[in-house]
Design a protein around this ligand. Structure first.
Ligand code: BGC
Length: 801
C-alpha cells in the first residue's frame, strides 16, 4: 500500500509540476502527436485515458486513496463537477508541459446540461431545453434536426465545453424503457438518419458529440450488469445499424460504450465491438469513452479500444500503470488509445483557445426549439375536424395536472436546466385564448398543497424527478359547470421517466390511472352534451396505452416533451397557426402484452451469481447480476406487428394533418436492380390548408433462405409546405445495402435474388403507391469480419431470428 502511494505521489509530482525535460518537451499542436506521445511518461499516458473523477451524492469518493488530483473536491453531485464548467459531467486531465489541455464533457442529449448558477457569481448559465429524441424523430426532417443540433452545439461552444454526450441512439425495443425519450425510434434506419443529422449539426459548431450507448442498452433495470443475449442477426440489423449509419454519415468525435454486457462480455471490454466493428469495419476515427463508471476491468477496456474511462478514478490509473509494468498491457495499446484522444483534442475549442462568451443567443435558440417541437407533435385523432379550434372558440377549460405543470423533457442526465418553460395554459394565453380561471385556481391550489406536503428530495433522487402527483379528482357537477362556461376542453395527460429506472405496465404509468380514465370520459361527455369539443394532449416521453380511452375525446394530440417552449408549440397546433406534420417513429400497441419483448423485458436477476466487483461504485449502484434474452430477434416494433398481423393502436409512421394528400405517379429508375434504384412519387396537397407530408418508403424483400419482416423502412422524405393544390415530386434512393439482410451462416449482408415490392405510404399501413423490381442473382453486399456471438452461444440462439 505504502509503495503504491509513493509511486502514485511521484507520478503526480511529475505531471503536476513538470520535469527537467519541460523546456524541450514537444507540444501538442506544434509537434506531431506521435512525438508528444513519445515524450509522455507512463503515468501521464495512464492519466490521460482516465477522467478526472466525480463524486456522486451519497456515494463513496472516486477512490479509496485519499488526496490525489483525480479525487475532486468532496460534495459535487453527478452533473455538478465544479472544475472548468460547473455542472459538466466529466473532464479529462491536462498536461501543460506537453500542451495538453483538458476536455470538458457535458450531457446531452436534449440540450447542454450544466449548473445554471454558480457560487459567488451573479451571472446565470441557463441552456435551452430542446425537444426530446422521440419528438425529433417524429419530425422525419433531417434538416430540422441538424438545425437543432447546430443551436445545441453553439451552447456547448459558448459555455466553454468541448463535447456533448449525445445523441442517444438506442432502439425502442420495449415501450417501458425509462430512457426511450432520449432515443429516436424502434427502427434503426430512422434512428441512424436522425443521429447523423444531430451529430452533423452539433459538430458544425466546432465541438464534439458522443453517440451513445453503444450498444444494445435498451433497458434501465440493472443497467450496469445486464447480460444481453442477442443473436448476431438482430444485433447487426437492429441494434448496431443505427450507430453504423451515424458513424458513416457523420463521423462523430466520440462514441460512448454502454454499461451492459453483450453475450457475456461488457460492451466496454469487447474488442470485437469497439475495434473490429466500429473501427475496422465501419471506419470510425474518433475515440470511445465508457458510460459513467461502466465496465469493470480497465485493462480489458484499454485492450478493447475503449480509449477513455469516465468519469475516472485513480485506481484505474494505477491498474493501467501496473498492467504495463507487469507486461499485461502492451504500452503500444495505451499509445494507440492516447493517440486517438489527442487527435480529437486537437480539434477541441479549449485546445484551440476559443474565447467562449458564456452568452449564447438563447432567444434565437428558443425559436429553434419552438419550431422543432411544433413540427414533431403528432395528431393522433381529429374527428369531424375538431382541430384546429374554430375562431368561435375563445374560452378553454384546461384539465389535468400537466396542463399547469408542463413536462419539458425527461429526468436524469438527460434533463436540461432551462431558464423558463411555457406551460399549456401560458401557451394558450400567448395565442390569445382565455383560460378558465376557476378551474385554474382549483388545480394550482391542489398542486401547491400536494407539493408542500411532500418531503424534499435531494441528491440522486432529485435527479430522478419527483413522483407524479395523482390527478385531481373533480366531481361531475364541477365538470358540468365548466362545460357551461367554456367553449372547449383540453385534458393533458403527463408522464415522465428517466435514467436508472424503467417504467411499468401499471395504472398511472403505461396505463392511465382510474382518475385519468374517468376524467377523460366525464369531461368528454359533459362537453359533448353541450355540443363542445374535448381534446386530449399527451405530454409524454414514451409510449402509453391509448386503445381503452381514445374513443371518448374528439381529438388527441401527441405533444411528446417538446422542451422549454412546449406550451407555445401546443398552442401553435391547436390554433392552426401550424398544421401538424409529425408522424410517430415508434408504434403505439393496443396493449402491453402485444409488445414482442413484453415477456422478457427488462430481464431477470440472477440470484445464484455473485455480483461482479465494479470497484467502489458496485454497492452504490446496486449492481445485481441480471440477464435478458432478446427472443424477439429482428421482430422489433412494426417488423413484428406487420409480419405477424398484430393489431396496433397507432401504427409506425402514423400521423394526421389538417389537410389531405394524394400520392401518384410512382416511377422506378429501373425494374431490374443493379447497384441502386431511384424511386419518385408525386405528393399533392388535395385539401384546403397548407401542410407538409412525410412519405415513407418500405420494401418487402423476397424471403428465400432468410426470414424477412413483411416490410422494412428503407427511405423517407418530407415535402416542403405545400399550398392547397400544390404538388411536389419526392425522390428516394435505395442502394444495395438497403436491400440486404444479415445472414449469420456466411457472416455477410446478402440481398436475395427475387422480386422486391416498393411501397410508399403515409404510414406503415396506409400504403398509397406500389411498384416492384427484381434482383437477378444473390448479392453479397458486405462480408463482416467478426461475430459477436461466441460459438457456444450460437446453438442457444438458433431459434432466435
Ligand atoms: C448516463 C449517460 C450520461 C453519463 C454522464 C450516465 O449515467 O448513462 O448517458 O452521459 O451518465 O452524466
Amino acid at each position: 500500500m505504502k509503495r503504491i502511494l509513493i509511486s502514485l505521489l511521484m507520478s503526480i509530482a511529475i505531471f503536476m509540476s513538470g520535469n527537467s525535460q519541460n523546456a524541450v518537451a514537444p507540444k501538442l499542436g506544434k509537434d506531431p502527436v506521435k512525438k508528444v506521445i513519445a515524450a509522455m511518461t507512463l503515468e501521464e499516458k495512464a492519466a490521460l485515458v482516465v477522467g478526472t473523477g466525480m463524486r456522486m451524492p451519497g456515494g463513496p469518493p472516486p477512490s479509496s486513496n485519499a488526496k490525489t488530483p483525480a479525487n475532486p473536491p468532496a460534495g459535487p453531485v453527478i452533473g455538478q463537477t465544479k472544475t472548468l464548467v460547473d455542472g459538466a459531467a466529466g473532464t479529462s486531465y491536462s498536461l501543460p508541459r506537453l500542451g495538453i489541455t483538458p476536455m470538458v464533457l457535458t450531457d446531452g442529449p436534449a440540450g447542454v446540461r450544466i449548473s445554471p448558477t454558480r457560487e459567488n457569481d451573479k451571472n446565470t448559465y441557463y441552456c435551452t431545453a430542446f425537444p426530446v429524441g422521440t419528438l425529433l424523430a417524429s419530425t422525419w426532417d433531417v434538416d430540422l434536426v441538424k438545425n437543432v443540433g447546430k443551436a445545441m452545439g453553439n451552447e456547448v461552444l459558448e459555455y466553454g465545453a468541448d463535447i456533448l454526450l449525445g445523441p442517444g441512439m438506442n432502439i425502442h425495443r420495449n415501450p417501458l424503457c425509462g430512457r426511450n425519450f432520449e432515443y429516436y425510434s424502434e427502427d434503426p434506419y430512422i434512428a441512424g438518419k436522425m443521429g447523423a443529422a444531430m451529430v452533423n449539426g452539433i459538430e458544425s459548431e466546432g465541438v464534439g458529440t458522443s453517440i451513445k450507448h453503444f450498444a444494445a442498452n435498451n433497458a434501465e433495470t440493472n443497467r450496469n450488469s445486464l447480460n444481453t443475449i442477442i443473436s448476431e442477426r438482430a444485433l447487426r440489423e437492429i441494434y448496431l445499424e443505427g450507430f453504423r449509419i451515424a458513424i458513416q454519415e457523420a463521423q462523430p468525435w466520440t462514441v460512448m460504450s454502454s454499461y451492459n454486457l453483450i453475450n457475456d462480455i461488457y460492451a466496454s471490454e469487447n474488442p470485437e465491438l469497439l475495434t473490429n466493428i466500429l473501427r475496422k469495419d465501419w471506419g470510425f476515427k474518433g475515440f470511445v469513452m465508457t458510460d459513467w463508471f461502466g465496465g469493470k476491468d480497465p485493462v480489458a477496456q484499454m485492450i478493447a479500444g475503449n480509449d477513455m474511462l469516465m468519469p475516472g478514478n485513480p485506481d484505474q490509473i494505477k491498474a493501467i500503470v501496473k498492467a504495463v509494468q507487469d507486461g499485461k498491457l502492451d504500452v503500444k495499446i495505451l499509445d494507440r488509445n492516447v493517440e486517438k484522444i489527442l487527435n480529437i483534442m486537437l480539434e477541441s475549442p479549449r485546445f484551440k483557445g476559443y474565447k467562449y462568451s458564456n452568452k449564447p443567443d438563447l432567444k434565437a435558440h428558443a425559436e429553434v426549439t419552438r419550431q422543432a417541437s411544433t413540427e414533431g407533435m403528432v395528431l393522433l385523432k381529429n374527428d369531424n375536424h375538431s382541430l384546429p379550434f374554430e375562431g368561435s372558440i375563445k374560452n378553454i377549460s384546461a384539465f389535468g395536472n400537466t396542463s399547469y405543470q408542463i413536462i419539458t423533457g425527461g429526468t436524469g442526465s438527460g434533463k436540461v436546466n432551462e431558464a423558463y418553460s411555457v406551460s399549456l395554459i401560458e401557451g394558450l394565453q400567448n395565442a390569445g385564448y382565455k383560460v378558465n380561471d376557476d378551474l385554474r385556481s382549483l388545480y394550482e391550489n391542489y398542486l401547491k398543497l400536494t407539493k408542500a406536503g411532500r418531503p424534499p428530495v435531494r441528491g440522486m433522487m432529485a435527479m430522478m424527478g419527483s413522483a407524479a402527483i395523482e390527478e385531481l379528482n373533480l366531481n361531475q357537477d364541477i365538470i358540468k359547470g365548466m362545460a357551461n362556461v367554456s367553449d372547449a376542453a383540453i385534458i393533458t395527460i403527463g408522464r415522465n421517466s428517466g435514467e436508472g429506472r424503467d417504467r411499468t405496465n401499471i395504472k398511472g404509468d403505461f396505463q392511465l390511472s382510474d382518475f385519468e380514465q374517468q376524467l377523460i370520459k366525464t369531461v368528454s361527455d359533459a362537453f359533448k352534451a353541450k355540443g363542445k369539443k374535448t381534446v386530449v394532449i399527451l405530454n409524454i416521453g414514451g409510449v402509453i396505452e391509448t386503445a381503452s380511452w381514445r374513443e371518448f375525446p374528439d381529438a388527441i394530440l401527441l405533444a411528446w416533451q417538446g422542451g422549454q417552449e412546449t406550451g407555445n408549440s401546443m398552442a401553435d397546433i391547436l390554433s392552426g397557426k401550424v398544421n401538424p406534420s409529425g408522424k410517430i417513429a415508434t408504434t403505439f400497441p393496443v396493449s402491453y402484452d402485444d409488445v414482442p419483448s413484453s415477456k422478457s423485458f427488462p430481464g431477470k436477476e440472477l440470484t445464484d451469481v455473485k455480483p461482479a466487483d465494479q470497484g467502489p461504485m458496485s454497492s452504490f449502484m446496486r449492481i445485481k447480476p441480471a440477464i435478458v434474452t432478446y427472443e424477439d430477434g429482428i421482430y422489433v416494433g412494426y417488423r413484428y406487428y406487420e409480419t405477424f398481423k398484430v393489431k396496433t393502436a397507432y401504427e409506425f409512421g402514423y400521423g394526421l394533418s389538417y389537410t389531405d394528400f394524394t400520392y401518384s405517379n410512382i416511377k422506378l429508375s429501373s425494374t431490374k436492380f443493379s447497384g441502386s434504384i431511384s424511386v419518385t412519387v408525386d405528393v399533392k396537397n388535395s385539401g384546403t390548408v397548407a401542410g407538409k407530408e412525410v412519405a415513407e418508403l418500405y420494401l418487402s424483400a423476397p424471403a428465400v433462405k432468410l426470414d424477412k419482416p413483411a416490410i422494412e423502412l428503407k427511405a423517407f422524405a418530407k415535402t416542403k409546405l405545400l399550398k392547397p393544390g400544390e404538388s411536389q415530386t419526392l425522390t428516394f434512393i435505395v442502394d444495395s445495402r438497403r436491400l440486404s439482410s444479415f445472414d449469420p451462416a456466411v457472416s455477410s449482408w446478402v440481398a436475395e435474388a427475387g422480386k422486391y415490392d416498393v411501397k410508399i405510404g403515409a404510414s406503415s399501413k396506409d400504403i398509397r403507391q406500389s411498384a416492384s423490381f427484381t434482383l437477378a442473382k444473390d448479392l453479397t453486399v458486405k462480408k463482416e469480419t467478426v461475430s459477436l456471438v461466441p460459438k457456444e452461444k450460437i446453438n442457444e440462439l438458433k431459434s432466435v431470428k
